[in-house]
Design a binder for this molecule. Structure first.
Ligand code: AMP
Ligand code: ZN
Ligand code: FE
Ligand code: FE
Length: 281
């Protein structure tokens, strides 16, 4: 089995990159992807540790995109890691994220919430600051009782401490991923919150735009949703992919490889994705 969706402390996970292959190996995975938000700089350390353990480390990242249907998270696998068009765009996304974080800190101050930019950076370990870090500080200071509550009360889209940041459009993101030798996959598709018929339409459009897979077997989806999304993916000739979305202590219900205990993503998914790599120019 494999896990195609995990985060390290280079973004908003709590574990260092090297720990991801260790955890995956311990539960019996033969491959694991590291997919930090907007960055690839944990991949090398994780791959090196994976090599020692004899587990394949798939390089990747997760990028938030604008679509006609709302914000979508796009997973990118096998992309060039040291250069190339996606790498350049990721630097821009990191800049936008850091500008958002400064505005977010100002908003939190306005709201009287006790979280400074310095505390956010300390919580994140310096890089990859995101909303889960703010949520963890609010929990620690007793303002809310869980990360989930921090989102529901303050940080989720539409809540008082939500601060927008610019995103890539989906078409542009897909183009960048493919131009960097990568394979784009739609993460946790139910986050779009579309009615079944609209979701079908949206997925058809995404497939036409060059998306290669759909994350149907997602750590937090129950069996019926995984089955529905797997059928949807197959209808549109997309690879049925899966992963835990492990974030360590920031999503304490999820473990690498097994999610909440009922996740199994077969190893063949990785070869199916590999077969969708763009032809070399
Ligand atoms: P950011 O990239 O900083 O905007 O934050 C994105 C992170 O926040 C991802 O790890 C999401 O899983 C998490 N997140 C977004 N919305 C929610 C929510 N409503 N509840 C819990 N976590 C969320
Ligand atoms: Zn995250
Ligand atoms: Fe996501
Ligand atoms: Fe994720």
């Amino acid at each position: 089995m494999i896990d195609l969706h995990t985060h390290s402390n280079r973004s908003d996970g709590s574990d260092p990159p090297e720990r991801i292959p260790e955890l995956a190996h311990a539960v019996g995975c033969t491959a694991v992807a590291l997919t930090d938000h907007d960055r690839l700089d944990g991949v090398q350390a994780a791959r090196c540790r994976g090599g020692e353990l004899g587990i394949e480390l798939v390089g990747g990242c997760e990028v938030s995109c604008d679509t006609a249907y709302g914000t979508l998270h796009l997973l990118a696998y096998f992309v060039e890691e040291d250069g190339g068009p996606l790498h350049t765009a990721l630097e821009r996304l990191q800049q936008w994220r850091s500008e958002r974080n400064a505005r977010l800190a100002a908003r939190l101050a306005q709201l009287g919430l006790p979280v400074t930019l310095e505390e956010m950076e300390a919580e994140a370990g310096g890089v990859g600051v995101g909303r889960p870090h703010v949520a963890a500080i609010l929990v620690r200071k007793g303002v809310v009782s869980s990360i989930q509550e921090a989102f529901e009360e303050w940080l989720a889209d539409g809540r008082p401490a939500h601060v927008e940041r610019p995103r890539l459009g989906l078409v542009e993101a897909v183009r960048l991923v493919r131009a960097s030798g990568g394979v784009p996959v739609v993460a946790h598709p139910l986050s779009l919150r579309l009615e079944p018929s609209r979701l079908d339409e949206a997925v058809q459009e995404m497939a036409e735009e060059g998306v290669a897979g759909l994350e149907a077997v997602y750590g937090r989806y129950p069996p019926a949703e995984r089955a529905m999304l797997s059928a949807l993916a197959r209808r549109h000739d997309l690879v049925v992919t899966g992963g835990s979305d492990y974030h360590g202590t920031y999503k304490p219900d999820l473990q690498v490889g097994i999610g909440r205990g009922d996740l199994t993503v077969p190893a063949e998914v990785l070869s199916d994705l590999d077969a969708r790599r763009p032809a070399r120019a």
